[in-house]
Every structure is written in structure tokens, then in C-alpha cells.
Ligand binder design. Structure first.
Ligand code: ADP
Ligand code: G6P
Length: 530
């Protein structure tokens, strides 16, 4: 049995340089790293090749050797790219051309011959790193839209190699894909693989339709294309799963429990711990005193002091129980964060009884900050959060708790576990793992998922509150329904979804793809090449 060589743009870990100059590796955020990371960790016969994220211009040769050693100790082979390569291949062609195009944002796609040139060069760079590494019998599994030319480049060097390629994002309709000036080259590049995988049958169909339209090639009944060199490229759907038990277990870890408790206290879902309640008592007293003195906020005193409002519902069993909404994303325009915020704002406006009773924990980590669209998005989200908080906040309550740090898995699971509702509303998403992680953190209990119908996960999670993420009114209503749903009804909805997620995990997905690759590569070589 040969090894599995995983190739992706980014390695599953990034380098952290601490104050004393020592190096360590930290887990990366994103669906690809989350899904394949555990498989690589436990399969000692796998090697992961990818970009280190380190600019070689910033380090001496000795330092680069040390960094290389760090990665090699984790069976990773780092590739070092210059700033120009990163700008053209990663920020440019991958994230400013392919990413928007593949997500149906063709109007945001920048078609620049210069970044296309660098993209081709960097795919060659990956090839040159792979060539001396490969041994007879190895299987090569190439990931995602950064490396769409690599399968054919590798095929030309090693006609007998077993090559798989998987796309972690959607594949658009042929009409959208054809707008790319280099669409034929990209399709030919991908078809160098023996097995081409997508998250859903629809994406696979779109790919096949594009090959038919642009290359005038037709697949056989089993979805295989025969290429001019005689090898066959099979196309299929492999919906990615999560490590369900890991998320379930982690949500019950001490740290996650503490995080959940802290959020529930801060949101007024449970009586405050001594520290928080003394603060609340102090501010309540100050508010009352101030109101009596006729300060600017005294008009609150005759109705209900906002501080009291918050403390009351937890301590005195107000008819409206306090609730927590959560979301976890990379700050990416495909995730629909501004659209979601507008729907939340609409809900606060339409159902004012939620004021003081619902808190939205918005975890959104900046991503791809060297691409202009992402910079603008960050500004837009910052502004919207500020506006909503400014407009609706009471004295001791803000509707949105906004966190832009990337958190490790335990606190993330604590946030998921604290959420009565998860708001997962991407405008387009290949799969979306966050929806699945949320359900795993609510294993066997309530927790309502509001889910966009524009992501791959919607096909598997039909019991969720499914919405069109562009429809502000519909998201507002779904959110309201999800908040109002009884705990019993919510737990009942989750049973079927959780059972599905438990049986189709990240591990079964990896194993399924690799075994399908073994089969098709075998058939292809015995039928066509020997
Ligand atoms: P994408 O791959 O487009 O980022 P997914 O939902 O498929 O979207 O996967 C995102 C992965 O990254 C999940 O495992 C999620 O837990 C993790 N993640 C996303 N945002 C954050 C964040 N702000 N902090 C920590 N982990 C995050
Ligand atoms: C998506 C892509 C991955 C990528 C991840 C994070 O999941 O499919 O290939 O690694 O986003 O994006 P980044 O650009 O930070 O690697």
C-alpha cells in the first residue's frame, strides 16, 4: 500500500512566532483544514504538502530550516512562496477570480491575465515540490480551487499516478463558468485526475455540463470522461462530514462549559454569578439614583430600568425567557453576514418585545485581508454592528456581542453550546461545516438551526429552519420562529439530523474518497493504460 499525499494551498497549521522568537504551529480555520486535519493526524502513512504561509524574504536560511523542521515533525512539507507569488496566485487568481466565480459572484471576479500567469507558475511550483517526493504506489489527493491545473501537470509527468481532486466550494452553472477567459484550460487541468469530487450532485452536474459545453466531451453512463491520453476521469459527489464525536465531546469539556455558562450569565439566561450580580446590583442602584435625580435617562425610571429589565427576566422568571443566538464564520462576503445582520435588525424592529432578551454572539474572524473585497466587508460589518448596537442597546444590554478573534475549538464549542439558535445564512457555500458543528454540540438536546438554502448542507439538514438568505423578511421570521420554538419541538427536529451527521463523518468522507480513488484509478489503468 502506498502513502496518501494530500496537497492543498494551505497546510492545516500556521506558524506562530512567540515573543522569545520560538516557533510553534497553530490549527488553521476553514472547512478544509477542519475536515482533513484529523485524518492526516491519525493516518501515519499520509503526508501533507502545502504553502507554509511564511514569506521567505523575512527569514534567514537557518530560520527557514527550523520552520521546515517544525512542519516536517507533523508530516507536512511546507512550500515557500514569494510575496509576488502570494499576491498573484493566492490573493489574485484564487481569491479574487476563482472564489467569486465559483460562488456565483461573477460580477466580483477580476479577470487579470497577470494573476492567471502567476497562478500557472505556482501550480508548477507545487508540481516541482511533489515530483521528488512521490514513490510508486502513492495516491495523490489534490484539494480545491487553488490547484486546478496541478492534476493534469502531474498526469503528464506520471501517466500512471493515482490522482484525486476535490473541490471544497460550489461549482457554478456552465453559463457562469464560461465567463472565465481560461475556463477550458481549467477544465482540462482538473480532468487530469482519475477522480473529481464535489460536495453535491448538483455541483458535479454543473461541472459535467461545463465540460460538455466548453470541451465538447461527454461522460459515459457512470459519469466518466475518457481523455486523449487514454486515462478516465470519473466525476462524483462526496458530501463532507464533521468529526461529530469530537464536537459533542468538546462541547462538554470544562472550558466549553465555562464559556457557555459565562455567555448565559451575560445574556441573563441564568442568575449572575457573584461577580456579575454585584456589578449589576451596583449599576441598577446607580441607575435608579440617577433617574431620581432627573438625569437624561430618567424617563426610563417610570417604565422599567433597562438594567432591571435584564436582571429581572433571569431572576424572577419573566414570561419571555432570555435567548442567545450564535454564528461562527470567516469574514467572507459569501457568508451573508451583512444580510443576516439586517434580518436581525428587522426582527428587533418588528418584535420589540425581544429587546433586552436576546443577545447575538457574532464570531467572525477576518480572512484574506489582502483582498480589497474582504477589507471592504470588514468595514461594512464593523459599521453595521455599531449601528445596530447604537440604535437598540439598553443601558446594560447590547443586541450584538461581536468577536473578531479566531478562537480554538473549545471556546468555539462553548459558543455553539450556548446558542439557543444558530444563524447560518451563507449566500453561497459549498457545504458549510458550522451548521453541522452546531448540531453536534447540541447532541441529544434542543437548539434551533436557521439554515440557508444556498449551501450544500441544506440538502442533508432539511429539518432545520430553511431560508433564502437574501430574503430579509423570511430570515427575520425564521429567526423569530426559531426563538419561539419550544425546547421539546427543537430537540425533536434535531434527532434525525444528528443521526445523519453521526453516520457520515469527516473520517468516513476521507475514507470514502480515498477508496473510490483506489477503485477508479485501478479500473482506469487496467482498462486503458496497460
Ligand atoms: P469555510 O470553509 O468557508 O470557512 P465552513 O463552515 O465549511 O466554511 O468551515 C469553517 C470551519 O472553520 C469550521 O470548522 C469552523 O468551526 C471554523 N471557523 C470558522 N470561523 C471561525 C472562527 N471565527 N473561529 C474559530 N473557528 C472558526
Ligand atoms: C475555504 C476553502 C479552503 C480555505 C479556507 C480558508 O474553506 O475551501 O481551501 O483554506 O476557506 O481560507 P484561506 O484563504 O484562509 O485558506
Amino acid at each position: 500500500m502506498g502513502r496518501l499525499i494530500i496537497v492543498s494551498n494551505r497546510l492545516p497549521m500556521s506558524l506562530d512566532v512567540s515573543d522569545d522568537g520560538s516557533y510553534s504551529l497553530r490549527q488553521n480555520v476553514g472547512g478544509l483544514a477542519t475536515a482533513i486535519g484529523p485524518y492526516h493526524k491519525t493516518h501515519k502513512d499520509s503526508v501533507w504538502v502545502g504553502w507554509s504561509g511564511v514569506d521567505p524574504g523575512q527569514y534567514s536560511d537557518e530560520e527557514i530550516d527550523l520552520i521546515r523542521e517544525q512542519y516536517e515533525s507533523r508530516r507536512c512539507v511546507p512550500i515557500f512562496l514569494s510575496k509576488e507569488e502570494v499576491d498573484g496566485y493566492y490573493a489574485g487568481f484564487s481569491n479574487d477570480t476563482m472564489w467569486p466565480l465559483l460562488h456565483d459572484f461573477a460580477h466580483e471576479a477580476n479577470f487579470d491575465p497577470e494573476t492567471w500567469r502567476v497562478y500557472q507558475e505556482v501550480n508548477e511550483h507545487f508540481l516541482e515540490t511533489l515530483v521528488p517526493l512521490l514513490r510508486k504506489g502513492d495516491k495523490v489527493w489534490i484539494q480545491d480551487y487553488h490547484l486546478m491545473l496541478l492534476p493534469q501537470m502531474l498526469r503528464e509527468r506520471f501517466p500512471e499516478a493515482s490522482i484525486g481532486w476535490f473541490l471544497h466550494v460550489p461549482f457554478p452553472s456552465p453559463e457562469i463558468f464560461r465567463s472565465l477567459p481560461w475556463s477550458r484550460e481549467i477544465l482540462e487541468g482538473i480532468l487530469g485526475a482519475d477522480l473529481v469530487g464535489f460536495h453535491t450532485v448538483d455541483y458535479a452536474k454543473n461541472f459535467e455540463g461545463s465540460v460538455e459545453l466548453l470541451l465538447d466531451k461527454h461522460s459515459d453512463d457512470e459519469g466518466r470522461f475518457t481523455m486523449p491520453d487514454g486515462h478516465e476521469a470519473a466525476v462524483d459527489a462526496f458530501p463532507i462530514g464533521i468529526d461529530y464525536n469530537l464536537y459533542r465531546r468538546t462541547s462538554r469539556s470544562n472550558l466549553a462549559r465555562m464559556m457557555r455558562r459565562g455567555i448565559e450569565e451575560a445574556a441573563g439566561k441564568r442568575p449572575h454569578s457573584r461577580y456579575l450580580s454585584s456589578l449589576t446590583a451596583e449599576s441598577n442602584a446607580a441607575a435608579e439614583a440617577s433617574a431620581k435625580e432627573g438625569n437624561w435617562w430618567s424617563h426610563y425610571a417610570h417604565e422599567e430600568l433597562p438594567e432591571l429589565h435584564l436582571a429581572k427576566s433571569a431572576a424572577e422568571g419573566s414570561p419571555k425567557p432570555n435567548k442567545v443566538i450564535v454564528s461562527v464564520d470567516r469574514l467572507d462576503y459569501t457568508k451573508g453576514i451583512p444580510e443576516r445582520l439586517r434580518a436581525y435588525q428587522r426582527m428587533l424592529e418588528k418584535y420589540p418585545e425581544w429587546a433586552g432578551h436576546v443577545t447575538y454572539y457574532l464570531l467572525a474572524t477576518p480572512s484574506r485581508e489582502n483582498v480589497d473585497t474582504y477589507k471592504r466587508l470588514k468595514e461594512q460589518v464593523d459599521q453595521l454592528v455599531g449601528q445596530i448596537n447604537g440604535k437598540y442597546s439598553l443601558l446594560a444590554w447590547s443586541p450584538i456581542h461581536y468577536i473578531t478573534r479566531s478562537l480554538p475549538i473549545k471556546p468555539v464549542c462553548g459558543i455553539y453550546a450556548a446558542g439557543d439558535v444558530a444563524l447560518v445564512t451563507p449566500l453561497r457555500d459549498g457545504m458549510n461545516l458550522v451548521a453541522k458543528e452546531y448540531l453536534a454540540c447540541h447532541d441529544g438536546r434542543d437548539g434551533s438551526l436557521v439554515l440557508s438554502d444556498m449551501c450544500g448542507a441544506a440538502a442533508e439538514l432539511s429539518e432545520a429552519f430553511i431560508v433564502n438568505p437574501y430574503d430579509t423578511e423570511a430570515v427575520c421570521e425564521a429567526l423569530h420562529d426559531a426563538l419561539e420554538t419550544s425546547s421539546e419541538e427543537s430537540a425533536k427536529r434535531n434527532i434525525a439530523m444528528q443521526a445523519r451527521l453521526k453516520s457520515r463523518t469527516a473520517a468516513t468522507w476521507c475514507a470514502g474518497f480515498v477508496s473510490a480513488l483506489e477503485q477508479v484509478a485501478d479500473v482506469s489503468s487496467s482498462d486503458k493504460r496497460l
